[in-house]
Design a protein around this ligand. Structure first.
Ligand code: ADP
Ligand code: ZN
Length: 220
């Protein structure tokens, strides 16, 4: 394994992208850049960005392209991302964002764009069982038998529903995925950059498929 990589992981909400991206970032020793985490941190801290984004996020909508492109370009220009690379999780989410990203990454092109594919019928179930630590963002899967209050193993924070994991917001996000994000599959396929990884398997098996897909794209 060669450390360092520039990767985009696409996939429906609830496909397991977040946890796989954390593992991939340790494996390739690169920063995990999650736009959802960045926005949630801004909401917690009450910054102008957070105040503007909160309502859109809670309803399951998308924050504007210009805002998102600004945040991500700035992050990609920091030292770690320039030298080691990055794993982009949750960005791009629209063709406009993908086009802007191609301009930003012009000199240092992507190693791989991976679509972690899990059908909509399956992710609905997973999202309703999803809980998240309010303080550090670690994801958990609820079985219904947890002791309350549920305390995060990583940081001791409260584990709770994400504000946007209500049935309405979940459906809204999945509809927006079909309308706005799924066209990215064609966008990257058309330029020969896309690898589809079947995300219906155990987390370890999916992780093995993802690392194999990255290595295979690098050999191309
Ligand atoms: P999920 O994949 O479960 O929808 P994320 O954690 O990736 O959640 O993002 C949470 C919310 O943050 C999104 O529903 C959206 O409102 C906003 N968001 C995150 N990334 C983007 C993006 N690239 N463009 C627009 N909005 C975004
Ligand atoms: Zn925590």
């Amino acid at each position: 394994m060669i450390p360092g990589a520039r990767l985009i992981i696409l996939g429906r909400q609830g496909a397991g992208k977040g946890t796989q991206c954390v593992r991939l970032s340790r494996h390739f020793v690169v920063p995990h850049i999650s736009t959802g985490d960045m926005l949630r941190a801004a909401v917690r801290e009450g910054t102008p960005l957070g105040q503007a984004a909160k309502e859109v996020m809670d309803s399951g909508g998308l924050v504007g392209d210009d805002t998102m492109v600004g945040i991500v370009s700035e992050r990609l220009n920091s030292d770690d991302a320039r030298t080691r690379g990055y794993i982009l999780d949750g960005f791009p989410r629209t063709v406009g964002q993908a086009e802007a990203l191609d301009l930003v990454t012009g000199e240092r092109p992507l190693d791989a764009v991976i679509d972690l594919d899990v059908p909509r019928s399956l992710v609905l179930e997973r999202l309703s069982a999803r809980r998240v630590c309010r303080d550090c963002g670690t994801n958990y899967v609820a079985s219904g038998n947890e002791r309350q209050p549920w305390i995060c193993e990583v940081c001791g924070g409260d584990v709770m529903y994400r504000a946007d994991d209500t049935p309405d917001a979940i459906n809204n996000r999945l509809d927006l995925y079909e309308q706005q994000t799924s066209p990215l599959i064609n966008y990257y396929q058309a330029t020969g950059r896309l690898t589809v990884v079947d995300g219906v398997a155990s987390p370890d098996e999916v992780f093995a498929r993802l690392t194999a897909a990255v290595e295979a794209s690098r050999r191309k």
